[in-house]
Design a protein around this ligand. Structure first.
Ligand SMILES: [Zn+2]
Length: 247
């Protein structure tokens, strides 16, 4: 097997959960001193060590694993036989998705994550908050933006007691003095919009925004995003880029 074909397995390898035959292949490459694989494994080790220092204590549930893998565009079967995926890997996959405009290019993104970690731009508190919402059994998830040509797209996770987590891509940087503002609009989008915080997108157009606090699911809320002055507005002053109905 070529190194190229092994590239999405290095992280799994260092965590001891790589699939066969890739696991044996990587071992062979290392044994014969393959420079590509040695560098990749070294990189993966460094990354998992960094991640291990920052993971929540509790192991994530299988449901969370499926959810994150699905969010990142991974096929379930790819990882289905792995006996256990460390929380570090989950967190890295999640962060990989978060920092990613190109959700499927794992190797590229892993490198990217490594860079992000080193420049210390990961906001772990926010990631932990995101995990709390993702991991709750009563969290609902709604996709948006599919089928548009140049969408903002992504997912909205809503937990009745914990809050709203928005993960989006294709949100271009706002003009100077502007920011994105999220809204929770009751009555299926017909009620008075409730401000849910301002945020900026990353330079690649990805964004993660969390609004903590209870959400009244009985009002059939719509989660919407508009562009507003960077201090935020008490009510939307521009048309929503998208509005996502939540069940
Ligand atoms: Zn190799």
């Amino acid at each position: 097997m070529k190194c190229e074909e092994l590239r999405d397995q290095y992280e799994l390898y260092v965590l001891g959960v790589a699939d066969e035959p890739e696991r044996s292949e990587i071992r062979e490459h290392l044994k014969r001193g393959c420079e590509v694989c040695m560098a990749e494994v070294k990189r993966a080790r460094r990354m998992s060590a960094l991640m291990a220092g920052s993971v929540p204590a509790a192991a994530p549930s299988p449901k969370l694993r499926r959810r994150i893998l699905a969010s990142a565009g991974y096929e379930q079967k790819r990882f289905g036989t792995a006996p256990f995926l460390a929380a570090a890997l989950l967190l890295s996959l999640f962060a990989v998705f978060y920092f990613s405009g190109r959700e499927r290019d794992f190797a590229h993104l892993a490198t990217r994550l490594d860079e992000e970690l080193r420049s210390q731009t990961i906001e772990l508190t926010r990631l932990n908050e995101a995990f709390a919402i993702l991991n709750a059994a009563d969290t609902s998830v709604t996709s948006f933006g599919a089928g548009q040509a140049q969408p903002p797209k992504g997912k909205v996770f809503v937990n009745p007691s914990q809050g709203v987590l928005l993960i989006a891509s294709n949100l271009p940087p706002t003009q100077a003095g502007k920011a994105y503002e999220m809204w929770v609009i009751p009555n299926g989008g017909k009620g008075t919009p409730i401000p849910a915080g301002v945020f900026q997108s990353n330079r690649d157009g990805s964004a993660m925004h969390i609004r903590r606090g209870a959400v009244d699911m009985s009002s059939k809320p719509v989660i919407a995003v508009t562009v507003e002055p960077e201090g935020g507005s008490p009510g939307p002053t521009s048309a929503p880029l998208f509005g996502v109905g939540v069940q």
